[in-house]
Ligand binder design. Structure first.
Ligand code: HEM
Length: 172
């Protein structure tokens, strides 16, 4: 029993750190750095990064949530509905579960399509720029990049709720 709990916690903290760290890196390092690049170079970088991110971050996020559920129910204090709704630990766990699930859905249903749209707009922009110089407009790559930045910041907000719930649980 002890080793199962140890393994679940080990995996949980590692994968949760990976997920949270990725979003922090995207918001405060990657997007500011890519914003300054010419469209052609950014397009290539975004394509490569997005491919790797989907392959690694998606399973990490899913496993973080699953190990968090196991760590709470099988090897934790979530043993009854009373504990879940009437203790600080239970409420913090529930908040973490809901916030993490919503954040994951947000990333899949809103952020990822916005990045794909950015890539489409950039492809069109690159094709058109060989004909005439591009004039920046709100519907162009700059406007779409702004949307991606906002959506990724909201994703971070969701994970900050989860992170705060983790701290609250450790003080309960
Ligand atoms: C980005 C997401 C997450 C991160 C970075 C994260 C991080 C952590 C960390 C660092 C701990 C160790 C805390 C300590 O021992 O003081 C922990 C424990 C724990 N986490 Fe998470 N976590 C995340 C998501 C979740 C979710 C979604 C759930 C619930 C479904 C969850 C449930 C738990 C539980 C039950 C514990 C053990 C608390 C205890 O009894 O000591 N975590 N997490």
């Amino acid at each position: 029993m002890y080793w199962g709990m140890f393994a679940a916690q080990w995996l949980h903290v590692l994968l949760g750190t990976f997920w949270f760290g990725w979003i922090l890196g995207v918001d405060f390092i990657l997007i500011p750095a890519l914003s300054g690049l010419p469209v052609e170079r950014r397009h290539e970088a975004v394509e490569r990064i997005a491919r790797h991110a989907v392959r690694l971050v998606r399973p990490a996020a899913i496993l973080t949530i699953l190990t968090g559920i196991l760590r709470g129910i099988v090897w934790g204090r979530i043993r009854s509905v009373t504990v879940l709704f009437e203790t600080r630990y239970g409420v913090a766990w529930l908040v973490a579960l809901v916030a993490a699930s919503l954040t994951f859905a947000w990333a899949e249903l809103v952020v990822r399509p916005a990045v794909e749209r950015l890539r489409e707009i950039e492809t069109a922009e690159i094709a058109a720029s060989s004909a005439e110089p591009a004039v920046p407009d709100a519907g162009g790559p700059a406007g779409q990049l702004g949307k991606v930045r906002l959506f990724a910041l909201l994703e971070l907000l969701g994970l900050l709720v989860v992170f705060t719930a983790m701290i609250l649980m450790s003080f309960s």
